[in-house]
Write a protein that binds this ligand. Structure first.
Ligand code: SF4
Length: 405
């Protein structure tokens, strides 16, 4: 890989993969229908994986396959045939946490680069060296490491790629190694099906008084005692680049394509600015990542153990300042109209913003609109309907139309 740090983005399905690539990711990570630790995202069939990998490669990007479940006996048998088929799609590496899966891949496809998932909770340089000696190409460090610890790991084990999370949701346990959801909802986080009960509001009930809920208060701030804010290390990218890590990862395979595009673009611009010697006030990039759903931001463990400021005690609802209303799919040269696929209702006269894959956000007021048959319409009420916008610039394909929420 180049000397520049890699920006690695989530690809929960084909559209998200393409958006990540278009908005500036250097690589994407995706899962097949098995073994991928995100059952809520669409994930990829083998044919889709082949298509997605080819799309990434055609744009000079990489695609890694996530296989980071903790496998039980009944699923371990299926690993070998799946790996052999997935390897034929051209994937650039496999992300694993289960040593059994690691062993199978080393045995049947020793040429396939292996990345050790953050689910292994690698928190020290001896563990990094351990995995490296076994043949791992890259270690995804635990989110629970400070910048000082990352620097020391880099110094002590210089010849292995290190990857770290820079943006997205945080677990209250060591990244997903948690049975809370399994116990409370029958949905196992370690099999990719977490129901996020750590974010729920808890009350106390005495068993002979059903319906009487007593508040639990850790202190006067309330009861969302496990409700971590989201990680955002964008202001600290210069420190992260200089720490010697190889890859910066954005979490969120179940997040929307709007989310993926917006966050990737902000980090892309910030990284490019730093490499161009043009690091500037980060406020505009922070505002951009704040336009899509988040639980407010924290630097997590980067500067040591997080305190109360890393938790959101007031609410577990997402903050979202903009709605995704349309996706540019082309420009109709004959009529001079921009072709947009509707994602949320919008109408003539509304002021909206356009987020193109590259370049500044543009604000505009919607003028004349037409349907696919050329009929004039005042509104775009149906999901996925094609709308033709007159009097707007020919924004590139994959540009996002958004409106203040
Ligand atoms: S319940 Fe919360 S802490 Fe546990 S795995 Fe799910 S998100 Fe992480």
């Amino acid at each position: 890989m180049s000397n520049k740090v890699e920006l690695l983005a989530p690809a929960g399905n084909m559209e998200k993969l393409k958006m990540a690539v278009q908005y500036g990711a250097d690589a994407v990570y995706l899962a097949g229908k098995q073994f991928g630790l995100r059952t809520a995202s669409d994930n990829f069939t083998l044919d889709e994986m082949r298509e997605g990998v080819a799309y990434a490669h055609a744009h000079g990007k990489k695609a890694y396959l996530t296989m980071n479940i903790l496998a039980h006996n009944d699923s371990i048998e299926q690993v070998e045939p799946f790996v052999l088929e997935a390897a034929e799609t051209g994937i650039d590496g496999v992300i694993v946490s289960d040593p059994g899966i690691f062993r199978i891949i080393r045995k049947v496809r020793p040429d396939l680069p292996i990345h050790i998932s953050t689910q292994t909770s690698t928190t020290n340089w001896e563990t990094v060296a351990f995995w490296h000696e076994l043949g791992a190409k890259r270690i995804v460090l635990a989110r629970e490491l400070s910048l000082r610890e990352i620097r020391e790991i880099r110094e002590r084990v210089p010849n292995v790629e290190l990857e770290m999370f820079v943006h997205g949701a945080m677990c209250i346990s060591y990244s997903g190694r948690c049975l809370l959801s399994n116990y409370m909802a029958g949905r196992d986080a370690n099999q990719g099906d977490c129901a996020h009960p750590c974010r729920w509001r808890y009350r106390l009930v005495e068993e002979k008084r059903p319906g009487q809920y007593y508040p639990i208060e850790e202190d006067s701030t309330g009861t969302f005692i496990f409700n971590s804010k989201d990680l955002c290390l964008l202001p600290h990218l210069p420190d992260l680049i200089q720490s010697g890590v190889s890859s910066l990862k954005i979490e969120g395979r179940v997040k929307s394509s709007f989310y993926v595009a917006t966050v990737v673009k902000a980090y892309r611009e910030a990284l490019d600015a730093w490499y161009a010697g043009n690091w500037q006030d980060v406020q505009s990039w922070l505002e951009e990542v704040g336009t899509v759903s988040n639980r407010d931001f924290t630097t997590g463990f980067l500067f040591g153990k997080p305190g109360p400021e890393s938790h959101n005690y007031a609410t577990s609802s997402y903050i979202r300042r903009y709605d995704f209303i349309g996706l540019v799919t082309g420009f109709d040269k004959a009529s001079g109209r921009l072709v947009v696929e509707q994602r949320n209702h919008f109408r003539t006269g509304e002021t909206i913003e356009v987020l193109p894959p590259k370049g500044p956000v543009v604000s505009l007021t919607l003028g004349e609109m037409y349907d696919a048959e050329g009929n004039r319409i005042e509104a775009a009420p149906h999901p996925q309907m094609k709308v033709y916008l007159a009097g707007v610039p020919p924004f590139p394909e994959y540009s996002i139309l958004r409106r203040r929420a």
